[in-house]
Design a protein around this ligand. Structure first.
Ligand code: KG4
Ligand code: ZN
Length: 351
């Protein structure tokens, strides 16, 4: 339709190569057209975490095939693309460079503007593909293998401020490490979530990090929790007792979900925000979403959680943020823009 613009998004900050396509309509609505993802997660499994060099090489191999799949899904051609958005950071340096180089090549070949955007902003922007425009102010809880942050979003293309973050491990990282302790496969979130359903969340009193009266109100810590699980398991093993894996998983999961939801609701109340978006791989966790729904309902907060496929890293989230940035009239990024592994969250688009 006239006035509509197609935005292509490229994501390569960690172990997923994502290419997404969205349509920005004349009235500012952003619609999902295609979302193709290739993951190198299986290649990292035996190492128990993402190996940067393996991830970079996998991005290189997957980039063009993933681009083709996204175009096929949408029924569009490259010449239909009006703008390209790419994750400029934060993320793994070598992995980011593959996506940034590809995006520059496509943008210059097609003669369309390039927007280097923030991966964290993308995790929030993706929710507009499922639940429509965000209110003027909202709070976002990003929980994944690499990030655990509370963000105040005052316009998805205008202003994103960090309210709190983890001081050590990310929530997903804690899941992956605890899974290793319990001999469960990597990534640890899904198997722990499944085991936890069979266990008692009150069986073991694991610590809730940074919840003392003098602790920072919105920051998180999961390293002490992981150590507490390791100690508990060690003690039981030394005593020759069988490890009750479902109870350990349920009690660990309860500690994570309790702290994440308590601090998110506290921040929303303090900042007078009535909408909470939860995104990132850990947002797929069954206990986290149930407890968040319960606590948000009690506090009169509207909860928005994109479907799991959109919560994990993908190209559609980058296309969505690119579309919002384009709609806001932002200047394109320079073609010599570097990838920035440490890109701060308040830099939504590189200029
Ligand atoms: O967003 P994501 O796919 O990648 C990044 O880290 O950016 O998140 C992956 C993380 C992993 O640590 C994985 O264990 C966790 O999300 N995860 C879960 C669940 N599904 C995935 N954690 C808890 N419960 C789940 N159901
Ligand atoms: Zn991510």
């Amino acid at each position: 339709m006239t006035g509509d613009r197609v935005v292509l998004g490229i994501e390569s900050s960690c172990d997923e190569t994502g290419v997404g396509l969205v349509r920005l309509t004349a009235d500012g609505t952003v619609e999902l057209l295609a979302d193709a993802v290739a993951s190198s997660v299986d290649e990292h499994a035996r190492f128990g975490g993402v190996v940067p060099e393996i991830a970079s090489r996998a991005h290189l191999a997957a980039m063009v095939p993933t681009m083709r799949r996204a175009l096929d899904q949408s029924g569009l051609k490259l010449s239909d693309v009006d703008a390209i958005a790419v994750t400029a950071g934060p993320g793994l340096a070598g992995a980011l460079m593959v996506g940034v180089a590809a995006a520059k090549a496509y943008a210059s070949a097609l003669g369309v503007p390039l927007f280097g955007v923030n991966h964290l902003g993308g995790h929030v922007a993706v929710d507009t593909l499922e639940h429509g425009p965000l209110p003027e102010r909202c709070l976002a809880l990003l929980v994944s293998g690499g990030h655990t942050q509370l963000l105040l979003v005052e316009g998805i293309a205008e202003k994103i401020t960090e309210v709190g973050s983890t001081i050590d491990d990310a929530a997903g990282e804690a899941y992956d490490k605890v899974a290793r302790i319990l001999d469960l496969p990597y990534p640890g979130g899904p198997p722990i979530d499944r085991q936890a359903r069979l266990g008692d969340p009150a069986a073991i009193a694991f610590p809730r990090g940074l919840t003392g009266p003098r602790d920072p109100r919105y920051d998180f810590s999961f390293s002490g929790l992981k150590t507490a699980v390791a100690r508990w398991v060690e003690t039981e093993q030394r005593a020759g007792r069988e490890i009750p894996v479902p109870d350990v998983c349920a009690s660990f999961q309860e500690a994570v979900a309790d702290v994440l939801t308590a601090k998110a609701v506290r921040a929303a109340r303090d900042l007078n925000v009535d909408t909470l978006v939860i995104s990132g791989g850990v947002a797929a966790n069954s206990r986290l979403s149930a407890l968040a729904a319960q606590r948000c309902a009690e506090a009169g907060i509207r909860l928005r959680v994109p479907r799991p496929r959109l919560c994990t890293d993908n190209g559609a989230m980058i296309a969505a943020l690119g579309a919002h940035v384009l709609a806001a009239g932002a200047k394109p990024s320079p073609l010599d823009m570097p990838a920035n592994p440490g890109l701060p969250v308040n830099t939504i688009v590189i200029q």
